[in-house]
Design a protein around this ligand. Structure first.
Ligand code: ZN
Length: 313
């Protein structure tokens, strides 16, 4: 049973410098009882593009303010612009303050008994062990449908509905996209998606496009944490990358639809912040087997729907 391990390079993740995209893999073991296993878990670290640094250096006044920001908010070296600075940063890689954010959470997680059985994805800040989406804003999502197996879209919609119900987070479908998956995906793409954080991107892909899907890996999932001055980290967008050829094969087998839906739910659970657990009774066990959310999975998801509202991001 493969377990998550750190990056082969042994490099220390630079949370405060880099974008983070947690990627977890699921794999097929063939026709056995266990259909999935993890080859490995890894995070990919995308360097902040140089252009962002140049934007900051372009105006001396902005540089001074940035230094002050860093002084008063240790750890913040992200490509995030304070609202007051934005007029000076036309290319800032963060959207304007979200005026659409509600004052109260848009939904309520179900009341479930919490007896453990779940883990959260790693946090950039040891003082903030749980990173989640802002429950006061919808989690927007788009699908690149190319290559989807028959019925794939319906399975995605069912999986999203399941995660929405289990977290209380409000998911809003924003249709289709042509955007390709990428470990270096920019979390803010105003040209494509308007002046808001890019929606969660769900794609049907293959190992040709995404080498991480090579072999028996059938899915990747994770989200990007961000924080501003004085705010906790929240996830602002994420990705689910599905191996279309592998899952098409699964779909043709017995119980195929349940297996594929479970795979998508598993990856979406990574997106909202759940990590793997060791007990195979849970859907978040990397070895597969379970096709429905366990009580432990549900307890973790309910906690992830109870995050902090951060309208300033
Ligand atoms: Zn996983």
């Amino acid at each position: 049973m493969a377990r998550p391990r750190t990056a082969p390079s042994g490099r220390t993740p630079q949370w405060v410098l880099d974008d983070a995209l947690g990627q977890h893999r699921q794999a097929l073991m063939g026709p056995g009882a266990r259909r999935r296993r993890d080859r490995r878990s890894a995070r990919r670290w995308a360097k902040v593009p140089r252009s962002r640094g140049r934007a900051w250096r372009a105006t001396p006044a902005v540089g001074v303010v940035l230094v002050l920001m860093l002084w008063f908010t240790p750890g913040l070296v992200q490509d995030y612009a304070m609202p007051a600075l934005r007029p000076y940063l036309p290319n800032a890689s963060a959207p304007p303050r979200d005026l659409q954010a509600a004052r109260e959470p848009l939904g309520t997680p179900p009341a479930v008994e919490d007896a453990g059985g779940y883990r959260f994805m790693g946090s950039p800040d040891p003082g903030q062990p749980v990173v989640a989406y802002d429950p006061c804003r919808p989690v927007r999502w788009v699908v690149r449908p190319d290559g989807a197996p028959p019925g794939g879209q319906q399975l995605v919609e069912e999986a999203v509905a399941e995660i929405a119900a289990a977290t209380g987070l409000r998911f809003v479908a924003e249709g289709t996209t042509t955007e390709a998956p990428s470990a270096q995906r920019a979390p803010y793409q105003p040209e494509r998606y308007g002046r808001q954080w890019a929606p969660v991107l769900i794609t049907w892909s293959d190992a040709t496009e995404v080498p991480d899907l090579a072999g028996n890996v059938v899915g990747l999932g994770g989200s990007t944490p961000r924080r501003g001055p004085g705010t906790p980290f929240i996830y602002v967008t994420g990705q689910v990358t599905l191996d279309a050829p592998g899952l098409t094969e699964v779909l043709d087998g017995p119980g195929g639809a349940d297996q594929v839906r479970a795979t998508i739910v598993h990856e979406l659970a990574h997106v909202v912040g759940l990590a793997h657990v060791d007990d195979p009774a849970h859907l978040m066990h990397p070895g597969g087997g379970a096709t429905v959310l366990s009580a432990g999975d549900r307890a973790g998801l309910a906690r992830l729907g109870s995050g902090e509202c951060v309208p300033r991001l």
